[in-house]
Design a protein. Sequence first.
Length: 199
Amino acid sequence: MLRPLMVVVLIVILAGCVSRQVALTYAPSSASLAAGEQSAVVGVKTVIDERSNGPRWLGAIRGGYGNPLKTLETDEPVKDVVATAFADALAARGELAPAGRETILLTVVMRRFDCNQYVRREAHVDFEITLANARSGAPIYTDHITADAVNGSVFAMNVGIFASTDDLRMVAVRTLRDAIDQALSKPGFRAALTAALGT
């Protein structure tokens, strides 16, 4: 009787030790759109991934010893996901310039973007952004952006192999959105765009 039960438990554990491919998209909040000034001057130049993980690695649902049970990976390199999210955020605000007509170029250095679940779900973002003159390449604005989120209860039962990769993905999506909205709404960022319109 004990042996069949151990076999079932082993099958369940092994089934959980897999990699799940997830998609991340940016959707603006109505409050963030109010910051836009309909000034289509910005282009996304590049996102540089300085994380220590693989290019598509996003996070993991972990067991009691920190061992990954379910790994989340993006369907394209995370740097490309972040670049698309910034472009979508700028476009939603009317601030993304057509290709070849940019006045300002945005560079993002991604120092951290990950999500994990032991018991509660959490996600973390750490970006350094730079705006530069598209013609001269001279930097005109830099900023450091962080966003962190913790979701769920310490008494939750949906942990380990029973945890949902989609629930964890959504925490990552919201944290990325919060970081981008924060970056594009800062007074220094707004001032740089206003100055570019006058050149």
